[in-house]
Design a protein. Structure first.
Length: 732
């Protein structure tokens, strides 16, 4: 017995037992993951939940050994800490749900993906905040890098919109913003007269370490929740959109003379005697662009794309310029426009209204009958529009072959079709997303919705604007092989992994994608877009295709535009509503005047700002549409609706109702027929007992059970379409 025992004891002589080694690794990992903190041996035992006496007794000797070999440090107070230099990254918070967030690194190469941070380790960081994060040396159970926030570098926002809930002793504001997962405490004296259930803007004033909720102060009372004007104002406040123009900028705009001096006319190319017209939506008030048309003596055509000369009126270092830069874009909500420029400019001086002389910046093309550009000229001009067309009127003149300028419109349409065909042959992708427009009554209540139809006339205007944008970009690029600072609109090639996933979804509808080369990707996507036109899956697949693409952005880097298949592209044609177009006009004139290339960095900063503002505008526009969709479905007939599964997550199934194009969610917690597990790789839920699968793209029947205007959500449940009486729905 004794000899046997000695052999067992000597088996690990000179080394640790496997259990001790495992415990040592556990202790080291714990201290590494809590870099900068000190713990006593008792605290380590408690934190690691070590319960058996043998392991507890082993902790102290293991700590001493780790100190001896230099792995960890020991303080004079007998507290232990990590000596490992951790990895730090800077990034932005994407606050997914109340339990955790992802940190998206500023430098994508710094880590092997986004960093998961649990709510307890967020250090009160909120969505979109810029933070400094410590990345844990060991990965979490999911195989993903994890970490904790050490410092909030910059708050993305300190104001939130929400609904006030008042009790006898205190009040809370419940934020509308889905990624703000904390209610905001408000002292009753800081309510600014807000009543229970009213919508307000609340500013964060304090959030002490250890406090569960931040404290705030009401800065603006918007009014009763659910009222159209209040809800739209809530969206404007939520996204930081301006309610009015600063007085100084408004005064500057109003002071600009309406007349054009003879000297200014003389300095420009005069197009006033050439047939010119604008074509815009019926409700448009600002007309950025006009087209001129004439036959040249040599038999070729001269097509002019004339753009409002905004930078003639908006000068650098003025209040007008400052405000235009800050806004960076006009925002089109469901019931109103928030313009980039004051009305006197956007709807007056700069708008290319008919029967008025207007100052423009133009790109003029000489073309043959095959729509090939033989020559072009770029410069400042003066025009006189002969007619303001609404899209439908211009289309009618083409269709009926009668009415004002029908011959010119018909010829332009033929040229546009040839340009468009060539563009797709060169690899452009034909994305035509479904656009929904609401019919509202005088109170803003949705009476119905329409899907906007794109006709030849819309495509005509689009092709000539694209042509002008392309030629302006190429004109500057070719001057010095892309070394001159300029503002480009770029679009990277898609990520092939994401396209492969999308291809799998498209296959479920019977559509095949070929992804062997960029050219194949383009032609295959175009074939798909043609096949799904008018089909129930059209909107879902279009949205998924767009999500699999890179985002277009503004930059001074002269990269290409994948979606349009242009080697160089810019935005020149909408300076009334886009600040980057104003930047393009300024740089363009600078180079036409013989100027040298300016430093790129200040222009790149403006590009980044403009891209951010563009995203803000798109998010606000989507929010306003979603609000009307929720309101529309709260008033719609109670019945079963056919829909398509448009998204699958661990907490629910998104379904787009085919009839109304409105999206709602069936929550997993409400699905009582089985316990469903989320298969992330295949984007589906699988019933653990029945093995029933709910997958992206499935056709389903649903009924509306709840609509929440505050959160802009539609709750659904799966229906069997068996004529059962529907459950009464609630709306808030």
């Amino acid at each position: 017995m004794g000899r046997k025992s000695n052999r067992r004891n000597s088996k690990h002589s000179g080394g640790e037992s496997p259990k001790a080694s495992q415990l040592a690794r556990k202790i080291k990992s714990f201290l590494d993951n809590h870099y900068g903190e000190e713990f006593s041996s008792k605290q380590i035992i408690k934190k690691l939940e070590i319960r058996d006496a043998i392991s507890k007794g082993a902790v102290e000797p293991i700590l001493i050994k780790l100190v001896e070999n230099g792995t960890i440090a020991k303080s004079p107070r007998n507290y232990y800490s990590s000596k490992k230099d951790p990895e730090f990254i800077l990034g932005k918070v994407d606050y997914v749900n109340p339990r955790f967030a992802y940190i998206i690194p500023d430098d994508p190469e710094a880590t092997d993906g986004d960093i998961l941070v649990k709510e307890v380790d967020l250090k009160q960081a909120l969505d979109d905040d810029r933070v400094r994060v410590m990345v844990y040396p060991t990965k979490g159970r999911s195989g993903r890098s994890e970490g904790r926030v050490l410092e909030i570098l910059e708050r993305a926002r300190d104001e939130f919109v929400g609904r006030v809930e008042i009790s006898p002793r205190f009040a809370f504001v419940v934020p509308d913003f889905k990624k703000m997962h904390k209610d905001i405490f408000v002292h009753r004296g800081d309510l600014k007269g807000a009543q229970h259930n009213e919508k307000v803007v609340v500013k964060l004033t304090e959030w002490r370490e250890g406090d569960k909720n931040p404290t705030g102060k009401v800065t603006r009372v918007l009014g009763k929740a659910g009222v159209h004007e209040v809800e739209i104002h809530s969206i404007m406040a939520e996204f930081g959109l301006p309610f009015e123009y600063p007085k100084e900028a408004e005064a500057e705009a109003n002071a600009i003379a309406d007349t054009i001096s003879p000297k200014e006319i003389k300095a420009r190319k005069d197009f006033r005697n050439i047939t010119t017209f604008t074509i815009d939506p019926a409700d448009a008030k600002d007309f950025d662009d006009a087209i001129s048309y004439r036959r040249l003596e040599n038999g070729n055509l001269e097509i002019g794309v004339h753009i409002a000369d905004v930078t003639h009126y908006v000068q650098p270092k003025t209040a007008l310029e400052k405000e235009a830069y800050d806004r960076a874009t006009s925002v089109y909500l469901v019931d109103r426009t928030i313009p980039m420029l004051p009305e006197h400019l956007s709807n007056g001086l700069c708008s290319l209204r008919p029967n008025e002389d207007k100052l423009t910046f133009s790109c003029v093309f000489e073309m043959d009958e095959d729509a090939k550009v033989l020559n072009h000229w770029i410069g400042r001009t003066i025009i006189h529009s002969d007619r303001r067309f609404v899209y439908d009127d211009a289309q009618e003149n083409i269709d009926k072959q009668s009415g004002d300028f029908y011959e010119e419109l018909t010829h332009l349409n033929e040229l546009a079709k040839k340009i468009r065909k060539r563009r797709f042959q060169n690899g452009a992708v034909n994305f035509e997303t479904v656009e929904v427009k609401f019919k509202l009554d005088e109170k803003g209540t949705p009476l119905g919705l329409m899907v906007k139809e794109r006709k030849d006339i819309h495509k005509l205007i689009e092709e000539f604007m694209l042509l002008a944008n392309k030629h302006v970009a190429e004109f500057i690029y070719k001057k010095h092989n892309g070394t001159d600072t300029f503002v480009y609109r770029t679009h990277d090639a898609p990520d092939m992994d994401r396209l492969e996933i999308f291809s799998g979804f498209a296959k479920r509808f019977g559509h095949q994608l070929k992804l062997d080369s960029e050219r194949q990707v383009s032609s295959s996507l175009n074939k798909l877009m043609d096949e799904i036109q008018g089909k129930p899956e059209q909107n879902v697949l279009e949205q998924l295709a767009i999500r699999s693409m890179a985002k277009a952005k503004y930059t001074t880097e002269p990269k290409g535009h994948f979606g349009l298949a242009f080697p160089h592209y810019t935005h020149f044609t909408s300076p009334i509503r886009r600040y980057p177009d104003m930047m393009v006009h300024r740089l363009l004139q600078h180079y036409l005047d013989g100027g040298k290339s300016p430093e790129a960095e200040p222009w790149e900063k403006k590009c980044i700002h403009s891209s951010d503002r563009e995203k803000r505008a798109a998010d606000a526009e989507r929010a306003s549409i979603k609000y009307k969709q929720v309101e529309y479905m709260s008033l719609a007939e109670e019945k079963d609706y056919e829909g398509i599964v448009s998204g699958v997550t661990e907490w629910g199934v998104f379904v787009e109702i085919t009839e109304t194009k409105c999206e709602g969610m069936v929550r997993v917690s409400d699905m009582t027929d089985d316990y469903y597990e989320f298969d992330e790789r295949n984007m589906r839920l699988v019933g653990s007992r029945s093995k029933k699968m709910i997958t992206l793209g499935d056709k389903v029947w649903v009924r509306v059970v709840n609509t929440d205007i505050d959160r802009r959500t539609i709750d659904l449940e799966f229906a069997e379409n068996d004529e059962k009486p529907t459950r009464s729905r609630t709306s808030r």
